[in-house]
Design a protein around this ligand. Structure first.
Ligand SMILES: [Mg+2]
Length: 221
């Protein structure tokens, strides 16, 4: 019987695309004194492009932007510092996030997050989303020194919950890091469809919205 549900963060609980768009537009406004020679739309779109859905770390992104867009008077380190301290205030949850977490909690599921990323940064995002207290375990790759899709990070999460893999479900948007990774340790998997990635064939179920989760868990029983 399924007794625990674990989630990816970015693109699964956190609407990263919307959050990044809101953050980078606000960064332009905040630092416009140094950026006014660049059109805001160009600044925003170049950041989004270089970020590659979070797969390029922001020191590289800002180094490129400073050079390409001829930014002076402010260095890439200061832009990066602004990202690291301000992004948290632009964290936008996907629809139904709190409804679903409340339902799953009421139904007695143990809940967890496994996310690839920097410890402090991901912790701040989880705190600003106001979801930290729902989770029994939170594993962040930098702190754990192991990343998805490596099996160790999934195994460590279920060990900490004291449950077995076959009674656990992992929900994520990345076909490889999330779905194949969780499958390799024998967890059940739900792919949160993300048009950017190709269809995950391996997942046990596919959702578009978080509010589809409770019904699917019923079917796993
Ligand atoms: Mg993700």
């Amino acid at each position: 019987m399924v007794n625990s549900v674990l989630f990816d963060l970015d693109g699964t609980l956190l609407d990263r695309e919307a959050s990044v768009e809101q953050f980078i537009a606000a960064q332009y406004d905040r630092l416009v004194a140094h950026l006014s020679h660049i059109r805001k739309t160009d600044y925003v779109s170049r950041f989004i492009e270089l970020d590659c859905r979070g797969h390029v770390w922001k020191d590289k992104v800002y180094q490129t932007m400073v050079a390409e867009l001829e930014i002076g008077g402010i260095g890439w380190q200061e832009l990066l510092d602004d990202y690291e301290t301000q992004f948290q205030f632009h964290c936008i949850p996907f629809d139904f996030l709190f409804d679903v977490l409340n339902i799953l909690k009421q139904q007695g599921y143990l809940l967890g997050i496994i996310t690839n990323g920097l410890g402090k940064f991901q912790t701040r995002s989880i705190e600003e989303l106001k979801i930290k207290d729902y989770f029994d375990v939170i594993l962040i790759s930098e702190i754990e020194k192991v990343r998805k899709p490596q099996p160790e990070i999934f195994q460590r999460a279920i060990d900490r919950l004291g449950v077995s893999a076959s009674n656990s479900v992992f929900i994520g948007d990345h076909p490889e890091a999330d779905i194949l990774g969780a499958k390799n340790v024998n967890m059940k998997t739900i792919w949160k469809r993300n048009p950017y990635w190709q269809q995950s064939e391996a997942a046990d179920a596919v959702i578009d919205e978080l509010n589809e989760i409770p019904l699917i868990l019923e079917q796993f029983k």
